[in-house]
Design a protein around this ligand. Structure first.
Ligand code: NAD
Length: 425
């Protein structure tokens, strides 16, 4: 079984909210922000917690808890994913919402940050039950979400079908179709070409740039990818296509390793057939924590928060870590990795491809004018490489880590938006 946030390295991990607050504190110190602005940025603007009752297929009723947190609205409507996982809790959602604010600001996307989730295990529900949970959760939030207010998207445990049910629920409530209400929708109802692979594409672009930056030619590089869902699977596939030798992949059920390189397309077929990477015949089983410590050039954590901690950062052997997941590295691990000369490309830069193409989807939906997949990809590449160049140059100039640099650029933009808007009343 792979390490989770509660068990990473056998010790209790730092909460994502503590990590997010710590990163904000470091950025605020660097920028010299006053205490009022710090307090504003440390607090979510708005939080909604709702009960999500579900009548199961056999007639019995369960009640789940759902949240939506809008961290900041200074630069535009809130934007952020919806997570269906038994681990969802308000502090996790608060942290993820704050990271969304920084991510949108860093990539200069005109949004604030939000996140939502329901504490439910989607694998325990039938499709009809999932639809009812999604619609009820959406219905409870209709007053605070929408194209000008807060635009949800898929995250852990949700997908384009979830988004289709959400947009339909909002549209039924309003009495007309509202395509800009969510992103990550199916193409048939206004999804953008290229959205489903956008996060992975961005992660891989940044990973390849980071490899070159350290003088490593991608076709001579090796990689390990944690998580084989919407992000991790695409990252593993695209790294493989770029000639990188992917030696290990994992999911919540276990990890597999092959020092000669895994055939990622064959792994993906195995996952489609069995639901997991476990028992893939072309690799040996390894423990989830071992994957994080493999001697590879590139490690891409693409699963959950808090997997690289003070307890295992000393054992990490990768030269570069590119964060496909949100919040996989705790502040303590960050310090250790920095001292050990390991490059960490932070989540708010590395996995921003998803929100960039979500923004494109929202723009296309609002204009009812659709771009080609090629246009989407070209614009995505230019945003990602622009973000990478900005952060790299500024990190070099100020001798700080990529995370400190990226967070402070983002926090400065949000603080400036707040300053010029002023405080009401
Ligand atoms: P997903 O539900 O599609 O996939 C999650 C994957 O992680 C699954 O393969 C699951 O088995 C695996 N996993 C869960 N716990 C694990 C553990 N302890 N060890 C190893 N693997 C584990 O979710 P996703 O959309 O791929 O999201 C993954 C991460 O990327 C999250 O942190 C999410 O917030 C972040 N993210 C997603 C997007 C997006 O567009 N989907 C965009 C930006 C960031």
């Amino acid at each position: 079984m792979a390490s989770g946030p509660e068990t990473a390295g056998g010790v209790e991990a730092v909460s994502p909210l503590d990590a997010a607050q710590d990163q904000l504190r470091v950025a605020s110190d660097f920028l010299g922000l006053d205490s009022g602005v710090r307090a504003l940025l440390a607090q979510p603007r708005r939080e909604v917690t709702v009960s999500v009752p579900l009548r199961h297929d056999d007639g019995h009723v369960s009640v789940f808890v759902g949240h939506r947190v809008q961290h900041n609205l200074d630069r535009g409507p809130a934007k952020g994913g919806v997570r269906f996982s038994p681990h969802v809790n308000l502090d996790e959602v608060r942290a993820l919402a704050m990271w969304m604010t920084w991510k949108c600001a860093l990539l200069n996307i005109p949004y604030g940050g939000a996140k939502g989730g329901v504490a439910v295990d989607p694998r325990q529900l039938s499709l009809a039950e999932l639809e009812r949970v999604t619609r009820r959760y959406t219905s409870e939030l209709v007053g605070v979400i929408g194209p000008e207010r807060d635009i949800p998207a898929p995250d852990i445990g949700t997908d384009e079908q979830t988004m289709a049910w959400m947009v339909d629920t909002i549209s039924v409530d309003r009495g007309y179709t509202v395509p800009g209400a969510v992103t990550g929708k199916p193409i048939a109802i206004g999804g953008s070409p290229g959205r489903s692979i956008a996060t992975s594409l961005g992660v891989v672009q940044i990973a390849l740039a980071a490899l070159w930056d350290r003088g490593i030619e991608p076709r001579h590089a090796s990689a390990a990818v944690q998580g084989f869902g919407k992000v991790g699977r695409g990252v593993a596939l695209q790294l493989h296509e770029a000639g990188v030798k992917v030696v290990a992949v994992s999911d919540q059920y276990g990890a597999i390793h092959n020092a000669a390189g895994l055939d990622i397309e064959a792994v993906a077929t195995h996952v489609d057939l069995t639901g997991s990477v476990v028992d893939y015949p072309g690799g040996d089983p390894v423990e989830g924590h071992e994957l994080l410590e493999l001697d590879v050039d590139l490690l891409a954590p693409c699963a959950i928060e808090g997997v690289l901690t003070g307890a295992n950062a000393h054992q990490v052997s990768a030269k570069i870590i590119v964060e496909g997941a949100n919040g996989p590295t705790t502040p303590e691990a960050d310090t250790i990795l920095q001292d050990r000369g390991i490059t960490v490309v932070p989540d708010i830069l590395a996995n921003a491809g998803g929100v960039v193409v979500s923004y494109f989807e929202w723009v296309q939906g609002n204009q009812a004018y659709w771009w080609t997949e090629r246009e989407v990809e070209t614009r995505l590449r230019s945003h990602m490489i622009g973000g990478w160049e900005l952060v790299r140059a500024e990190a070099q100039r100020t001798s700080r880590t990529f995370r400190e640099t990226a967070t402070s650029i983002a926090v400065a933009r949000v603080a400036e938006a707040h300053r010029v808007r002023g405080l009401y009343p």
